[in-house]
Design a protein around this ligand. Structure first.
Ligand SMILES: Cc1ncc(C[n+]2csc(CCOP(=O)(O)OP(=O)(O)O)c2C)c(N)n1
Length: 587
């Protein structure tokens, strides 16, 4: 059949199984939008292209399928950049399609011309500029293949306007032939055997379970290994939810704001088995002091990760699910009672959750997160933003189902949560999806409330509103002489903003209101937003000092709980709106 380039794009997307695309139109994609109604693909009109990329990313993380976003040339394409970098850092399979000015205008500084393949070269797994319609079918086939195989990642296809308009006798290729791209999927049997030997000999083993476990769909194999060889698990931020956090052998998150006992376990271990983790500096702290007594097995699909940050005594490259399936029969059933008892002792004296046991009437953010967990019984997907709110969510919400926490880990992109949650809800329409964000990050993509309404998405939104760019303020308090430069934050009345978009909005200032309002919001058949006006200068503890060892964590200063009262005096135009926060009294 003879199709235009624009039709070829949609027809090929349908054949790749795409059901939803997140985007914004414009002159250079007008042919594509013109052809769209002929195809069974739902287009979600976002309010910003950055949000379109995050939505495609969120869709991909929640479903495991490729997420697709679309933007016009020039500013449309450059607006995708943050979203693509976010997806790249977290290995999320996204295909971004952009329009480019017509071929004769390329290189002429034409209206809305930008070299988006040049710009996105370092933040995409691969990218293409298509100037001839003949290339389109194979490029699309390859793009999806590259995005979803091996270590997943974003791929960008930039299509010149004339290639969209030209026609071609269409045939979709059955397979790709990329000699330079053949990811290793099967692990080396000799290394797998050695890994089993090390595991069988270990006395104090610890597994680090990272995002790669989710990407490989290896949650069941992970759990089998953990239980068969009786190995405690430390999660990376994106590894959270690969094993239920209520599992007795799950130690929760490690690293900068991880549990002190999880970090101590890593520091005392004689064997660390890293599964699909890239040893990010937020996990390892100072590399020279990381896991000093341990031999390290590093399993990853990407050979470039081996030895990048941390030495690997035994690398195994390949698909994690395959490797664990090959490894499991070689692992002897065993237990490590002394080791586990020791960790449990550390766990018992750990102060990390003491804050919830303390009597206080103050509205503290940790309490809010824990109450959302209680109310939802954890049966929800949480999409968290970046900053203190992200760490509290990781610490106080106990995830127990795979893909239950979606967050920007590698890039740490403020403004991620709301648009990503739109993608998550589109991909998982039957699940309850909660957004958890700070007042700073939420304002970075607040316009997407309109998309929520237009798409009738029943998102539940919790803002932990502390009137600061809280995580930066915490660093200023602890390491920069308490000088709050550029961090006091004036926000709008978020409940009123929600109402303006047609979303029920609630403001919670008292601890006693937290549970009733969460329950009220869960009963609403549609979206709702809660602005939790929490104490302003609460800190995330424990904390590894930047550049320090993970064995040496800052604890909450007084073992007796004390809310950090605000010494901050409102500057004109700074801090929370005094009119809407009667407790902002400059204490
Ligand atoms: C797009 C972007 N800009 C800046 C930063 C740096 N940064 C990290 S955390 C943070 C503060 C976040 O404040 P808020 O969203 O209110 O959350 P809180 O830390 O108070 O929970 C900032 C500015 C970032 N991560 N992302």
């Amino acid at each position: 059949m003879k199709l235009s380039g624009a039709q070829i794009v949609w027809e090929s997307l349908v054949r790749e199984g795409v059901e939803v695309v997140f985007g914004i139109s414009g002159g250079a994609v007008i042919h594509l939008y013109h052809a769209l109604p002929e195809y069974p693909i739902h287009h979600v009109l976002m309010r910003h292209e950055q949000a379109a990329a995050h939505a495609a990313d969120g869709y991909a993380r929640a479903t495991g399928k490729v997420g697709v976003c679309m933007a016009t040339s020039g500013p449309g394409a450059t607006n995708l950049v943050t979203g693509l970098a976010t997806a790249y850092m977290d290995s999320s399979p996204v295909v971004a399609i952009t329009g480019q000015v017509a071929t004769p205008f390329i290189g002429k500084d034409a209206f809305q011309e930008v070299d988006i393949t040049g710009i996105t070269l370092p933040i995409t797994k691969h990218n293409y500029l298509v100037t001839e319609v003949e290339a389109l079918p194979m490029v699309i086939k390859e793009a999806f293949h590259i995005a979803r195989t091996g270590r997943p990642g974003p791929v960008l296809i930039d299509i010149a306007k004339d290639a969209q308009a030209a026609t071609l006798e269409y045939e979709y290729p059955q397979e790709v032939n990329l000699p330079g791209y053949r990811p290793t999927l099967i692990g080396n049997p000799r290394q797998i055997k050695q890994a089993a030997q090390l595991i069988n000999q270990a006395e104090r083993p610890v597994i680090i379970a990272g995002h790669g476990v989710t990407l490989a769909g290896a949650e069941a194999e992970l759990r089998e290994l953990v239980e068969k060889a009786h190995i405690p698990v430390v999660n990376t931020l994106l590894g959270i939810s690969t094993i239920p956090e209520t599992h007795p052998l799950c130690l929760g998150m490690g690293g900068m704001h991880g549990e002190a006992y999880a970090n101590k376990a890593l520091q005392e271990a004689d064997l660390v088995v890293a599964l699909g983790s890239r040893f990010d500096d937020r996990l390892t702290g100072s590399v020279s002091t990381f896991a000093p007594h341990a031999r390290i097995i590093h399993v990853d699909v990407d050979p470039a990760e081996i030895g990048k940050n941390v030495r690997a005594d035994l690398p195994v490259v390949g698909d994690l699910k395959n490797i664990l399936q090959a490894l499991l029969p070689l692992v002897e059933p065993t237990s490590h009672p002394d080791w586990i008892n020791k960790i449990d002792e550390w766990r018992a004296v750990s102060a990390e959750h003491d804050i919830l046991r303390q009597e206080t009437d103050d509205l503290i953010p940790q309490y809010v997160v824990r109450q959302i967990w209680h109310a939802t019984k954890g049966h929800v997907i949480v999409v968290s933003d970046v900053g203190q709110n992200q760490m509290w969510e990781a610490q106080y919400f106990l995830h127990h189902k795979p893909r239950g926490l979606i967050s920007s880990g590698g890039l740490g992109t403020m403004g991620f949560a709301l648009p990503a949650a739109i993608g998550v809800q589109m991909g998982k329409p039957k699940e309850m999806v909660w957004v958890s964000a700070g007042d700073g990050g939420f304002q970075m993509n607040i316009q997407e409330l309109a998309t929520v309404v237009q798409e009738k998405l029943p998102l539940k939104i919790a803002i932990l509103n502390n009137g600061f760019l809280g995580m930066v303020r915490q660093w200023q308090q602890l390491f920069f002489e308490g000088r709050y430069s550029g961090t006091p934050l004036l926000g709008p009345d978020f409940a009123k903003v929600a109402e303006a978009y047609g979303i029920p909005g609630f403001t919670v200032r008292e601890k006693s209101q937290v549970v009733p309002v969460i329950e009220q919001v869960m009963a609403i058949d549609g979206p709702a937003l809660i602005d939790f006006v929490v104490v302003q200068e609460e800190n995330v503890y424990p904390m590894v000092k930047p550049g320090g060892s993970i064995g040496d964590m800052l604890q909450r200063p007084n073992s007796k709980f004390k809310v950090q009262s605000s010494k901050f005096k409102a500057q004109k135009g700074g801090g929370r709106d005094e009119a809407h926060d009667s407790r902002f009294d400059g204490r």
